[in-house]
Design a protein around this ligand. Sequence first.
Ligand SMILES: C[S@@+](CC[C@H](N)C(=O)[O-])C[C@H]1O[C@@H](n2cnc3c(N)ncnc32)[C@H](O)[C@@H]1O
Length: 187
Amino acid sequence: MAAMNRFERWMVNRRTEARARRVLAAVGPHVPASAASQVLELGSGRGGLLALIQERYRPARLVGTDFDPVQVVAARAFLTERWGKIPPTLELQAADALRLPFPDRSFDLVFAMMMLHHVEERHLEYVRRPEALREIRRVLRPGGTFVYSEIFRRAEIRDSLTELGLVRRFLRSGWRHDLAVFQAPSR
Ligand SMILES: C[S@@+](CC[C@H](N)C(=O)[O-])C[C@H]1O[C@@H](n2cnc3c(N)ncnc32)[C@H](O)[C@@H]1O
């Protein structure tokens, strides 16, 4: 795993808000309203989804993390330009999804959009992803919701989440990617 070069960043940051809008429209009905209090996004990139989550749910706490500090700076600039200033309830920080700097059971809702394959040395591998999924499970509160989209090794991700005790609430499995909602047990 390494930080992206400028071209890769440009590629992943294109149309970020349009993608985010489609994601929220699809998963919205499957995310309980109570889930929108303490919210974490992993690999938040340029911040397109963070903007929409903030505007739609106004969470008590919204945290956007990205492994790449340049992406965190880009998100800060994008959100500041959008709102004039970033609300105090929204935190942006550089963090590795493999070692999340949060206590157990911190979040009601966790998003990981097109980022899980980035934790691998090579995107097609399935070596570090189980570790990242365990981290997500660790920071989810009982009954918490995990929303993700992914292009590679999709069946393995679903199986790993099921092995971790999460229950699938929604799955749209297209030819290009999965978009899914899983829920942690309530105790
Ligand atoms: C394909 S982009 C997706 C960005 C955004 N989620 C979206 O859908 O537009 C993947 C993002 O994950 C970040 N990333 C890569 N490895 C990561 C890791 N280990 N932990 C957290 N974020 C990571 C990248 O820096 C990049 O911003």
